[in-house]
Write a protein of this length. Structure first.
Length: 446
């Protein structure tokens, strides 16, 4: 496709990429509310239920950085649209699955597609919108689309509680991805690095193996350490060590070691990991505690999650109007304090009490969605924008996979559902606060 495009191309790319990003988050949160019905319909046991929640995280963690590298090298639009196609195919496979293993395959495919969309979508916006007010506006809209997707996913899961109680949501998202694919192929202009870089295939394989093994070990070990969990840990360590060795000698490494010395890159990466580790892990458990601990219905859990994500939509879009952009460390500290307002539930508590921490966390989460995304592409060379986006989102969803797992483990091993929730909230808020301190330290300049 020629780079001589109509002036409205940047506007079209902003709309299409924002919709694509929202769709990834819709597919990501769908099973959080529907896992009881999905597991019952497929005859899935406790271990498989854990995989229903985490299988897309495996696909995301394994492919986000790889998708960014491939996009910079072979074309961001090409990889982005391939990702949309994978999301559509994976969602439809989930909706049609009659066996647990087939459903999990579909979720893995959705994760692979989501990684391509998230990594290359933000890079497309960075290419089409130069630094300054235009990019500030574009990244604010992109950050708002993250919250919008989570909100829409939670509400969609509850609104389509008909028939099987879960299949309809996957069919709708699958069709939406394939419909969005058509204008994305024509209205998003192609871009890539000006200097062709050799793709480090060995590094990509090792990265995928390390990320997949880490998330898989966390998921497998939710109910105790067994032989499979230990084997996955060994593979993760071996792949990580091999990756460090290979990357230190590669002429074109996946992530330039020099970027680790850049405060902006460190802040964006560590901040995204902390966001996933803390509030995403906590909010993912809200529908479960509402239904199993407080006796409320699916709609209540969905609306509480929407309170968090919906608030983040407003603040992500509004952050561009602030005279001074708040620091990531300060916003993460706000999230940590806000999480603590969810402590103290009792068996007689109203589930709507949880709307307070959800809204307060949403205020800071929206700011972080916008500022961390912008810093992810601003802190790397323009030719490596998709790699920067991929690294940032890899950190977020690896953190989310760890956060969801840790929250579930703590909550389910600390007594009653309500007691478990309270202990897990304290634990999660501590992780967020520690992450805020680490981000403040990482942002210091020499």
């Amino acid at each position: 496709m020629s780079l001589n495009v109509k002036p409205s191309t940047s506007t079209s790319s902003l709309v299409l990429v924002s919709l694509g990003t929202a769709l990834v988050l819709i597919t990501y949160v769908t099973p959080m509310a529907t896992v009881p019905a999905t597991a019952a319909d497929l005859g899935a046991g406790p271990a498989t239920r854990a995989w229903i929640l985490s299988s897309m995280s495996v696909g995301l963690a394994a492919t986000l950085l790889a998708a960014g590298v491939l996009g910079d090298t072979h074309g961001r639009r090409r990889v982005y649209t391939a990702g949309l196609g994978a999301i559509g195919a994976g969602a439809l496979l989930c909706g049609a699955a009659q066996e647990p293993w087939l459903f999990l395959v579909g979720r893995l495919v959705e994760g692979v597609g989501g990684g391509a969309v998230l990594a290359c979508g933000l890079a497309v916006l960075a290419h089409d919108h130069p630094p300054g007010p235009a990019r500030l506006h574009a990244t604010s809209v992109w950050g708002a689309s993250v919250g919008l997707g989570i909100t829409a996913g939670a509400v969609l899961a509850a609104a389509l509680e008909v028939g099987s109680g879960w299949r309809e949501a996957y069919v709708v998202t699958g069709v939406a991805a394939l419909v969005l694919l058509v204008p994305s192929r024509t209205r998003i202009r192609e871009s890539s690095a000006s200097r062709a870089r050799r793709v480090d295939r060995v590094g990509l394989v090792l990265l995928a193996a390390a990320a997949t093994s880490i998330v898989s070990a966390l998921t497998q070990g939710r109910d105790g350490i067994d032989g499979t969990t230990l084997a996955l840990v060994v593979v993760a360590v071996a792949a990580s060590v091999a990756l460090v060795v290979v990357e230190s000698r590669a002429p074109d490494p996946l992530v330039d070691p020099g970027l680790l010395a850049a405060p902006g890159f460190r802040v964006a990466t560590l901040g995204s990991f902390t966001l996933g580790l803390g509030i995403i892990g906590m909010s993912s458990y809200v529908p479960t505690i509402v239904q199993t601990g407080l006796g409320a219905d699916l709609w209540t859990g969905a609306l509480l999650v929407a309170g968090w994500s919906g608030t983040s939509v407003v603040t992500a879009y509004g952050v561009r109007h602030l005279p001074r952009q708040p620091s990531a460390a300060s916003m993460l500290a706000v999230v940590g304090v806000a999480q603590l307002t969810g402590y103290g539930l009792t068996d007689t508590s109203s589930p709507w009490r949880l709307m307070v921490p959800m809204v307060l966390c949403g205020l800071a989460t929206g700011v972080l969605n916008a500022t961390l995304g912008r810093e992810a592409v601003a802190s790397v060379p323009a030719d490596r924008a998709a790699m920067g986006s991929g690294a940032n989102n890899t950190a977020r969803y690896l953190g989310a996979a760890c956060g969801i797992t840790l929250f579930v483990v703590v909550a389910t091993h600390a007594g009653t559902p309500v007691d478990g929730w309270n202990v897990a909230v304290l634990f999660s808020a501590t992780l967020t606060s520690a992450g805020a301190a680490a981000v403040a330290l990482a942002g210091r300049r020499a």
